[in-house]
Write a protein that binds this ligand. Structure first.
Ligand SMILES: Nc1nc2c(ncn2[C@@H]2O[C@H](COP(=O)(O)OP(=O)(O)OP(=O)(O)O)[C@@H](O)[C@H]2O)c(=O)[nH]1
Length: 624
């Protein structure tokens, strides 16, 4: 926009300059024309001849004068710039007029030119001085063809060769012709409008300018358009903005400015000068700029398109970036959550074994906070001394960039132990061990389950005492220990008497209750190291480590007597019953040469059989 304004100013300068030159050139030419005519010798002589008859020795004959008249007639008739040429004598009488046939101008007869401004002014001027009348003033209109046109009268005095004043030459300029030339010179741009206003604010052109299109020559422009008038009055020349137009104007005084000829002084009426010559150009708007410059339009459209495309791309890409960022955050959170809250423990140790990282799960197992462990403790301090060796071996392997695993027991803060499996590998960088990466599986529950299963496999589910299988496994160990320690070891076989009757009378469930109660009666009589096992339906075997045969007999007798003296409460069909029962027992010692229980069991069974045979509720020792 700024550059368009600059170029608009340049354009206005150029147009104004063209107008100035046309105006100056045309007026100058007219002035020179008038001077040249006034100095024609034939014309001087012709004027002088008006006062006295020509002498025979005169250089010019009457026919010459006729030729002069024809010459001037032809000159003016063929030059549309002038409407007439008039020679006036010192008395103001018209002595010659061209064109002869012209009916233009006020018909001044007699010496009536004597009272005109052009005659009065020129009559007092020196040779080569000129007078210019204001355009179209008073009687300065002429009928040309069918139009009444304004004229400017240019007059200059005529002197003869002796320097005697002989009259005045009047040349009338066709003002329309002059301003058409002016406007043509300034109409290079269709949107440009020309202004020419005299010092009184009179419009000197034939047409107005928008919006004062109806203005015509002689209108009082100062009151029709005060805005323009005010702007023109403020300075002699310059640029200004009026009514969305750029106005470039210049003060023109044809009496003084740029007049290049042999003329002397130029006179005119002061109140009509100087004129203001100007040009207006509409100020550019964005719309006009775009209309003028389709490239600008395309550029703007392109810029707009690129901006919109970039905006859309940016919106999509930032949305995509947000989605990616969110996905990355979610992923990071999931990874962190997986690490921290996995069902197994994770930790990393530096080369010395110090904990540098540990997840929440393992911290929870151990009962410590991260601050208490990370960077503070050697992992070895968390392992029971019994399993520390296994850890150490595995850790050395890991430091050598191999994978290592160890089953260890961890010591928790509250003194419990957690049996774990640690599997680890190394994080190496540039061939250097940086830290270990270990996964810790808690085997405590599995261990407990294993023990439970093992215990179940060794236990009689009804009575809770050991079963036959356990007796056989454990007996071997006990026998070997007894032999090692040279301690006696004894075995008692126990069988409840007439148990079948209990089942038959009270039912199998009551039989089960009786079995359980009997077991408790026996177990309560035993030491911790004694091993009571249910080896059959109502048969029990009792292994007594560090017990002699005689002592075993005492134990057997105590069992028998207690069982016989202890009532057993059972319920049958919602009624309570009290039962009494007895048991038969066979006692034997495990001999020092026996490695298994087999023979001893047989002996004890024989003793038991004898007890049954002897009437039941008794103890029989079978020493073997
Ligand atoms: N309720 C119950 N009965 C059992 C169980 N195991 C075995 N019995 C029963 O115990 C009874 C054992 O009977 P027998 O071998 O004839 O011996 P008894 O009746 O005790 O006679 P003696 O041993 O000769 O005094 C059988 O009826 C078995 O069915 C058990 O787990 N529960």
């Amino acid at each position: 926009m700024e550059s368009r304004l600059d170029s608009l100013r340049d354009e206005a300068d150029a147009l104004l300059k063209a107008g100035q030159e046309t105006l100056t050139r045309d007026i100058n030419e007219s002035l020179n024309y008038a001077l040249a005519i006034a100095e024609m010798p034939a014309l001087r002589w012709y004027l002088a001849a008006q006062d006295r008859p020509p002498r025979a020795d005169q250089a010019y004959s009457l026919s010459d004068l006729s030729q002069l008249s024809n010459f001037l007639n032809t000159l003016i008739s063929h030059n549309p710039r002038y409407t007439k040429l008039v020679l006036i004598d010192n008395q103001g009488r018209e002595v010659l007029r061209a064109p002869k046939s012209s009916e233009t101008g006020p018909r001044v007869g007699g010496n009536h030119h004597a009272f005109t401004d052009y005659f009065e002014e020129a009559s007092s001027l020196l040779p080569r001085d000129l007078y210019i009348s204001p355009p179209g003033r008073n009687l300065q209109f002429e009928l040309l063809g069918k139009d009444i046109i304004p004229v400017v009268n240019v007059s200059t005095p005529v002197f003869d060769a002796a320097g005697e004043r002989r009259g005045v030459v009047l040349l009338s300029l066709n003002w329309d012709y002059l301003i058409i030339a002016l406007r043509q010179a300034m109409l290079l741009d269709q949107s440009a409008n020309t202004l020419l206003i005299d010092a009184q604010g009179r419009w000197l052109l034939d047409e107005g300018i928008p919006p004062l299109n109806t203005t015509s020559f002689g209108s009082d422009f100062s009151s029709l358009s005060p805005l323009y008038w005010q702007a023109l009055q403020q300075r002699n020349a310059g640029h200004t903005t009026v009514d969305n137009h750029l106005l470039r104007f210049q003060t023109e005084d044809i009496r003084t400015q740029r007049y290049r000829s042999l003329a002397g002084s130029i006179f005119s009426e002061n109140s009509y000068h100087p004129w203001k010559l100007g040009v207006t150009l509409p100020l550019p708007t964005w719309r006009s700029l775009i209309e003028e410059e389709t490239t600008v339009l395309w550029f703007l459209l392109l810029t707009y398109g690129v901006a919109v495309a970039f905006g859309i791309f940016w919106a999509f890409s930032s949305q995509r970036q947000r989605q990616l960022r969110k996905a990355a955050q979610r992923h990071a959170y999931e990874v962190s959550d997986l690490y921290e809250n996995a069902p197994c423990g994770y930790h990393s140790l530096d080369t010395t074994g110090r904990v540098i990282k540990m997840n929440r799960t393992e911290l929870a197992w151990l009962g410590y906070s991260a601050q208490e462990i990370i960077g503070q403790l050697d992992y070895r301090e968390l392992i029971t001394p019994e399993t520390r060796d296994q850890f150490e071996k595995a850790f050395q392997k890991v430091k050598n960039n191999q994978s290592g695993s160890a089953e260890c027991s961890l010591l928790t803060r509250n003194g419990e132990q957690r049996h774990v499996m640690i599997q680890a590998s190394a994080f190496y960088r540039n061939g250097q061990f940086v830290h270990s990466r270990a996964t810790v599986f808690d085997l405590t529950e599995r261990k407990q389950l294993e023990e439970k299963l093992r215990a179940q496999a060794m236990t009689d589910p009804l009575t809770g005492v050991f079963n036959r299988r356990y007796l056989q496994t454990q007996a071997t160990a006990e026998i070997s220990r007894a032999r090692r320690q040279n301690h006696p070891i004894a075995l008692i076989a126990i069988d409840i008497d007439h148990f079948k009757q209990i089942n038959d009378i009270y039912g199998h469930d009551v039989g089960d209750d009786v079995l359980t109660s009997f077991t408790k009666i026996v177990a309560d009589l035993l030491r911790q190291e004694d091993l009571l096992c249910r080896v059959g339906g109502e048969e029990f075997a009792l292994l007594l480590p560090n017990t002699s045969l005689s002592h075993a007999e005492q134990v057997a007798e105590r069992i028998r007597s207690t069982a016989a003296a202890t009532s057993i409460n059972v319920s049958e069909d919602h009624s309570e019953k009290v039962l009494w029962l007895t048991a038969s027992l066979g006692v034997t010692a495990i001999l020092s040469n026996e490695k298994t229980l087999k023979a001893a069991l047989k002996r004890a069974d024989i003793g038991l059989y004898q007890a049954k045979e002897n009437g039941r509720n008794q103890v029989v020792v079978n020493a073997g």
